[in-house]
Design a protein. Structure first.
Length: 767
């Protein structure tokens, strides 16, 4: 039965005590006070803006770290104990595993600090402060400044400003652009290079549901792991693990909320979202949809199948390739979901309509002529980008999807040194390769890689326009009758890059002639030089045009929609997003509850499917309902929950924090219905998937027997979380419809009564 949608919506909205709107936005913490505080308080925030971000006093930001440049973690004890996701710690967990002591499979908790495991190369960055340096970067630059000059000037200033902020190497600092180069910010961090693995659940818990459940709700994954940050005796960072280092004492660690969550609770996520492209023009979306994503999916699918077949045959290889496999599979599924979502949600059409409206707006006023070149220039630039796009995709995901080609690429600096003949440079380049080579071969199978080489290079040869192909393919056609697998045979039988012993022998006595005669190195050289000479210059020229056009496009959009506060696209800088615990309607007649429990683990359990195996001990504990202090009010063990926070990759491991600043969970994924979220935000569908902190602690204490780690944390129960309540959390559907018709201002008065102000918007139909 159909009802008049917005009329019903209006009625419901008037009846509801409060409206929660799911807001798009990964906000810069330094602007919380100005832009978001009032809205956050309406949703249930009890903290002040200074308690969230303050450069002079300890604030929440001091408890949040960027882990390894790719994830987020948070301090949960005064001894530097850090929580993050299992999939963020995955590589470290795998690296510390051997077939004899397989902690990836079995899980691991350090009984004492001496048992914690080192992770060379892993670091955390803790934000000291950030600063708006837009004025400094753009000083003297005008609309008339030639683009190349603008770029060079800004890049130089970025470098100098960052350099000065490092204070002689004390800090890590960089300037990042926001809003397509309309704004610039300086970020200053302390980098701690001694990060030790403290604990992780068995993979069957930490990756429960595997790739089948990945990017989907409902979820039952214990996606967490624990590390500890170490510092020197003065609590200062060290570059790596150092003798005499002690646990770092953070300025702030998060207390843990034991009371549990309800729908409508306020939730904020603090972390380091990696990349969104919400200002990507329609032409860019179209290219992603019909060319880039299909290519990536095809190439990854091919690689994953080859890896999986070999992993299934050989448990040692399965351990070696576990982390690589998980990484490639994660975004393989992402690209599939993104395309499915773009088709379903008509993302390109929506963007096209926005651009038509923008073009009209620009044409309406001579003062807006400064923007007139933007949209046509974008169209033009994308024609070139499209022409060379497959080449870029196949180099990245095809040639460089082959491990031996990436190893060959690493030989480049040594080749350069050998050419120069400079002995010092040669020995430096040789030394720099020792560790990476060791790491590389620890997890390498040449026979597996040979199959990948044959398959991916073959696709490259088939799919990329003939005029853009590297000459190695002409050789394949001439010498091997076009058979890439014959070529692969030859490469892998004759290259010294297939074995650690041979590579080490080469490094002991490096020679340019030997390197340049190597068939794997030759293949790489052919792909690389073709790309650098024939593809990159064209793409870069188009990109330079795009940079200017995008900057104008974003500026025009922001001016046109001046009533809307935009947040900048994610770019691996620290952000805060806020929202509420909230269920959603996935599709017609399907409503997803906001939380999952251990009951669902039993429902999903399947001893015949490796992705859904439940460890015997966990099974027994769940069946006995042995949940201890972590049980929910109804006696169930909470496992996961969803919020409408705006997050993306890089946020993984981020703390989900209630209105009082207490930890309620860890963000670890997004949902299938909103896989387009990085390109276009849909408030109705987008959810952030979190593991409930009580499940994390249950896994550590009950399942892992590591109560000493829980004892390090600050557990507290201050009663129900502040929030807007369940009914309001879901009033958004109505709100979204409403906003098209009229703007509503809803204010809650003391005592819970509601005062509603209505303001007719210009373009509203008469009501
Ligand atoms: N999709 C998650 C993210 O990108 C990663 C989940 C890891 N789990 C897995 N089964 N691969 O943050």
């Amino acid at each position: 039965m159909r009802t008049n949608h917005w009329a019903k919506a209006l009625l419901l909205t008037l009846l509801l005590p409060f409206t929660a709107s799911a807001d798009e936005g990964m906000w810069l913490p330094m602007f919380i006070k100005r832009l978001n505080q009032a809205d956050m308080q309406k949703k249930g925030l009890k903290l002040t803006a200074e308690e969230i971000y303050d450069v002079n006093n300890a604030s929440l930001k001091d408890a949040v770290v960027q882990l390894g440049g790719f994830c987020t973690g948070e301090f949960v004890s005064s001894q530097g104990l850090l929580l993050t996701n299992h999939h963020c710690g995955y590589d470290a967990i795998q690296s510390n595993s051997t077939p004899q002591d397989n902690i990836l499979q079995n899980g691991f908790y350090a009984a004492t600090k001496a048992d914690e495991k080192k992770n060379p190369g892993l670091f955390v960055d803790i934000l000291v402060r950030m600063e708006d340096v837009t004025g400094k970067m753009l000083e003297g630059i005008t609309a008339a400044t030639p683009e190349a000059e603008r770029m060079a000037t800004i890049q130089k200033r970025q470098r100098e400003t960052a350099e000065a902020a490092k204070e002689n190497g004390q800090y890590v600092a960089y300037v990042r652009d926001m809003f397509g180069g309309n704004e610039y910010y300086l970020f200053i961090y302390q980098r701690f290079g001694d990060v030790r693995l403290v604990g992780a659940p068995p993979e069957a818990v930490g990756k429960f549901g595997g790739d089948t459940d990945n990017w989907m709700w409902p979820r039952h994954t214990g996606d967490f792991s624990m590390f500890r940050v170490y510092a020197d005796k003065n609590n200062k960072p060290t570059a790596g693990t150092q003798e005499g280092n002690v646990p770092y004492v953070p300025k702030k660690h998060l207390p843990v909320a034991m009371q549990g969550i309800q729908e409508g609770d306020f939730a904020m996520v603090f972390g380091f979202p990696g990349r969104t492209q919400r200002f990507l023009p329609a032409a860019g979306l179209q290219l992603t949809l019909d060319e880039s994503n299909p290519a990536r999916i095809k190439l990854r699918d091919t690689r994953l199948k080859i890896w999986k077949a070999d992993m299934d045959k050989n448990p040692d290889l399965r351990l070696q390739y576990a982390s690589k496999y998980a990484n490639i599979a994660n975004y393989w599924k992402y690209f599939i979901g993104q395309n499915e979502g773009m088709n379903r949600l008509k993302t390109v059409d929506t963007k096209k309509a926005e651009e038509v409206a923008l073009a009209q707006w620009i044409a309406q006023d001579p003062a807006r002529q400064q923007y007139a070149e933007a949209l046509p220039a974008i169209e033009e630039a994308y024609k070139t980008v499209r022409q060379y796009n497959l080449s870029s995709q196949y180099v990245n995901e095809g040639a460089f999807g082959t491990e031996i080609v990436t190893l060959a690429a690493r030989m480049m600096p040594l080749a350069g040194a050998l050419k120069s003949g400079d002995k010092g440079a040669i020995s430096k380049a040789t030394e720099a390769l020792r560790e990476p080579v060791k790491d590389y071969f620890k997890d390498y199978s040449a026979p597996t890689d040979q199959k990948v080489f044959a398959a991916l290079m073959n696709l490259y040869m088939q799919d990329v326009p003939a005029a853009q192909q590297p000459d190695v393919f002409a050789t394949v056609k001439k010498q091997y009758g076009g058979s890439m697998s014959k070529c692969a045979d030859y490469v892998f039988s004759n290259s010294f890059l297939t074995s650690e012993a041979k590579v080490n022998a080469f490094l002991a006595n490096p020679s340019l002639a030997k390197l340049e005669a190597d068939p794997a190195y030759k293949t790489y050289q052919s792909v690389y030089s073709n790309y650098v000479q024939n593809i990159a210059p064209k793409v870069q020229a188009a990109q330079a045009g795009l940079a200017r056009a995008n900057r104008l496009y974003v500026a025009a959009l922001r001016e046109k929609n001046s009533q809307k506060v935009y947040s900048p696209d994610a770019n691996s800088t620290i952000r805060l997003s806020y929202g509420t615990v909230r269920s959603y309607n996935g599709r017609d007649a399907v409503n997803y509850n906001y939380k999952t429990t251990a009951q669902g683990i039993l429902e999903k359990e399947d001893p015949t499917n490796p992705e859904f195996v439940v460890p015997a001990k966990e099974l027994a504990l769940i069946k006995a309902k042995d949940f201890g202090r972590y049980a929910d009010k109804d006696g169930n063990l909470p496992v996961g929950f969803i919020t409408d926070n705006d997050i993306t990759g890089g946020n993984s491991g981020s703390p989900v924090i209630n209105g009082r600043g207490e930890l309620i969970g860890l963000a670890f994924d997004g949902n299938w219905e909103a896989m387009t979220g990085d390109l276009a935000y849909d408030p109705e569908l987008k959810r952030c998937i979190n593991v409930d902190i009580r499940y994390v602690l249950w896994c550590v204490e009950k399942l892992g027997g590591a109560k000493h780690l829980v004892d390090e944390m600050t557990l507290q129960n201050n009663g129900p979380n502040p929030g807007v309540g369940a009914a309001s959390a879901n009033s958004d559907t109505m709100n979204a419809d409403m906003s098209d018709v009229e703007k509503m201002k809803v204010k809650t008065e003391k005592g819970g009564k509601t005062k509603i102000k209505r303001k007719k918007s210009k373009d509203s139909a008469a009501l």
